[in-house]
Structure formats: C-alpha cells, structure tokens
Ligand binder design. Structure first.
Ligand code: FAD
Ligand code: DHB
Length: 389
C-alpha cells in the first residue's frame, strides 16, 4: 500500500487528522491496534473547548454534537466554606460543550466511513522505518501476514503507550515529567447529573468531581491513593465517599444507581520534546499527558491536529517544506500553557499525602482569591475554555 500520510492510532487525534486531511484532498491510511468496538468502549474525556468544537465543525462531524452536546457557561468550585461559580461566559465570553470522547470518536468513524477512509483495525506489531529519509514506511501484521505501507509522512497518534515516541532515539529527545501521588476513581452511571454544571470539590478527604455526559448519564470521580484497587470499591462505598466530599445540598438530592463503568486512572504531567523526528510527527497523548483536572487532554490532542494539519497542507499542497519544522514549536507553546493550567488546578484541588497545614492555608487563600477576585476568575476561565489556537 502507498499513501501520503500514514497515521498510527485510530483514537480521536488519528481519526480527526485523517478526516481533515482527506477533506483537503490528501490521502491517509490509519493503522489501529485494537478493534473498533474496543476503541469505542473506552470511557474518557467529556468536556470540549470551543476550538475543538470548531475543528469538528470544519471536519464535518459536528451535527450530533450540536444536537446532543450541552453548552456550559460556567463551572462550580466547592470548598470547606461552600460553593461558588466561575461564569466563563461573563468573564471571557466563551463556553465549553459537554459531549463525550466516545461520541466524538463514534462520529469520526462514521464520517470516515462515509469518505471511504482506509482504517486497518487489529494491526499488530506496527513498526516505523527510515523516518529520517524522504521515503519512510510502516510495517504491520494483520491476520498473520506482514504488510508494508509506503508514505511521505507519518503521524504518531498512538497514545502514551504507542510505538511512535520510542522510535525517536532516546538521546535525541527529552522527557519532562511529574507523577502525582494519587489517582482518580471514576464511575459512569445512568443517573440524572447532580447539578446543571460540573462541580470540582476541594475537600479534607480528597478531591471529587461531579461531571456528566447527558441528562441521564453521570460521570463522577474521587481522588484515591495509588495503592487502591478498583475491586476494593463497591458502588455503595463510592457513593458514600462522593457524598462526603460534595456540598451537603448536592449530596442530599443526588441520584445514585449501579455503575456501568468503574476504573482508576493515575495522574501524570508529561511532555516529550521534540515532537518531530524527520518525517514523523507526534500528536496528542503520544507526545504529552496532562492530569485530567481541567479537562485538557482531548482538547490538546485537537490543537495538535490543527497545527499539524496546517503544516502538512502547506508542505503537500503549497510545497512549503519549511512549514513542517514549525509544527512542534507552535504546538508546544500551547501544550506548555495547558500543562501549567492542569498542574495548577490539580495542585489547587487535591489533598497531597505530605500536605502541611501551611500548604493547606495557601490552597484556601488561593481558592478565596478565585472566589472573590475578578482577575483570578478571568485567568481561570480563559484557560478552562481553551487558549486560542
Ligand atoms: P488515544 O485516545 O490514546 O488513542 C491512541 C490510539 O492509538 C488508541 O486507539 C490505541 O489503541 C492506538 N494505539 C496504541 N498503540 C498502538 C500501536 N502500537 N499501533 C497502532 N495503534 C496503537 N482527558 C480529559 O480531558 N478528561 C478525562 O476525563 C480523561 N480521562 C482519561 C482517562 C483515561 C483512562 C485515559 C487514558 C485518558 C483520559 N483522558 C482524559 C485523556 C484523553 O482521553 C486523551 O488525551 C485522548 O484520548 C488523547 O487522544 P489520542 O488520540 O491522542 O490518544
Ligand atoms: C471530566 C473529566 C475532567 O478531567 C474534567 O476536568 C471535567 C470532566 C469528565 O470526564 O467528565
């Protein structure tokens, strides 16, 4: 097989890039290690920035999002002293859309099918070759046979555990990392959301988040020690703990029910630099990870796609080869801004195992500023709704 852009990974970044490139008349092949059902069964992000929503519109995959997504003009923050709201719309004139990553991925698969895209599922042992030459190629196994895909460029959209990043020699790249000493235990349940907007709770027992996917589907998280196993947490134990951490008025009226998904995710900040190695370009989780506080992971994958799309279009359609070298630096400026924001929000909202009384007073002072100072709210709102591309 031959294509212009080989895309490793059929998650949201790989599919969105493929969709936008194909619409620009550039050919792609997507190689995905798992089945389509498996990819669609992963419950992940739920909040879309306006920039990502605009990119989905450009890709022609926004119709269901416009219909079923919920626009949120603000968010709630709960502290030991009560709950307050940051009004994004009022502070910075923008909002976010609550629409699940699973739905985005489903919409992208359908749009790709409609364009006649080539997406190879259950592609095993994907390997990248000659990426620093002008004739790179990819090999993979499917149904016991080895295949070769020749291409002009490779987009590594294969997530944190993919093969693309390790293809860059260790002495040619640098990793920046912070691992947090806790995880998020999350559940999905067919219940009415606890409130109209999200609630981020700073509580002496640890962080909690009340989120949602729709009017009838709720997503909740509680901070847990890294040593906790999901089997230790019955649904009842989860609801009891969540209730303790959310404001009383919310806990008393909150609907509970059986979980339909329950998992623990560790929290990490991670950036790999550079994002380009010859004709290989890293995109999304393959290049960086943010802790989930602030919902930046999926949105950052989308802004990477935007920058790489611009660069590939300039290189392929306008013969401007220099544009490709700009991809990494442009993407990294926005990535580090989101790194800072999600680190800040994680640090502000969680209980750290070694947290002193002094640290706690600083957290409380910062939350008080956020509650009472317009400039603090503007900074938070601007970052939460997403910095411009
Ligand atoms: P991925 O979604 O990881 O997609 C990569 C794809 O590549 C996968 O389909 C994978 O199967 C495939 N792949 C991997 N290796 C290979 C290979 N060798 N060959 C071929 N294909 C391969 N973000 C938020 O904003 N809010 C959240 O609540 C949130 N929760 C999360 C929970 C979990 C458990 C995880 C892991 C992430 C979460 N994120 C969340 C982050 C967000 O989901 C990611 O930022 C987003 O999925 C990034 O998209 P991606 O396409 O870059 O990577
Ligand atoms: C969700 C996850 C987040 O990390 C966040 O900040 C907001 C919402 C969610 O999964 O719904």
């Amino acid at each position: 097989m031959r294509t212009q852009v080989a895309i490793i990974g059929g998650g949201p970044s790989g599919l969105l890039l493929s969709q936008l490139l194909m619409k620009a008349g550039i050919s792609t092949v997507v190689l995905e290690r798992k089945s389509r059902d498996y990819v669609l069964s992963r419950i992940r992000a739920g909040v879309l920035e306006q920039g990502m929503a605009d990119l989905l519109r450009e890709a022609g995959v926004a119709e269901r999002m416009e219909r079923e997504g919920h626009v949120h003009d603000g968010t709630n923050l709960s502290t030991a002293h009560g709950m307050f709201r940051v009004n994004f719309k009022e502070r910075v004139g923008k909002s976010v859309i609550v629409y699940g990553q699973t739905e985005v991925t489903q919409d992208l698969y359908e749009a790709q099918d409609a364009l006649g895209a080539t997406i190879v599922h259950e592609a095993d042992n994907v390997a990248l070759h000659d990426v620093t030459t002008d004739k790179p190629y990819v090999t993979y196994e499917k149904d016991g046979q080895t295949h070769r895909l020749d291409c002009d460029y490779i987009a590594g959209c294969d997530g944190f555990h993919g093969v693309s990043r390790p293809t860059i020699p260790a002495d040619k790249r640098q990793e920046f990392e912070r691992v947090y000493p806790f995880g998020w235990l999350g559940i999905l349940s067919r219940t009415k959301p606890a409130a109209e907007e999200l609630i981020y709770a700073n509580h002496p027992r640890g962080f909690a988040l009340a989120s949602m996917r729709s009017d009838t589907l709720s997503r909740y998280y509680v901070q847990v020690p890294l040593t906790d196993k999901v089997e230790q947490w019955s649904d009842q134990a989860f609801w009891d703990e969540l209730r303790r951490r959310l404001p009383d008025e919310v806990s008393q009226t909150m609907e509970t029910g059986p979980s339909i998904e329950k998992s623990i995710a560790p929290l990490r900040s991670f950036v790999n630099e550079p994002m380009q190695w010859g004709r290989l370009f890293l995109v999304g989780d393959a290049a960086h990870i943010v802790p989930p506080t602030g919902a930046k992971g999926l949105n950052l994958a989308a802004s990477d796609v935007h920058y790489l799309l611009e660069a590939l279009k300039a290189a392929i359609l306008d013969k401007d080869a220099g544009a490709l070298d700009q991809y990494g630096p442009r993407a990294l400026t926005r990535i580090w801004a989101a790194m800072r924001f999600s680190w800040w929000m994680t640090t502000l909202m969680h209980r750290f195992p070694d947290q002193t009384d002094f640290d706690q007073k600083i957290q409380e002072a910062e939350l008080h500023q956020l509650e009472t100072m317009e400039s603090a709210q503007i900074t938070m709102a601007r970052n939460y709704v997403g910095l411009p591309y």
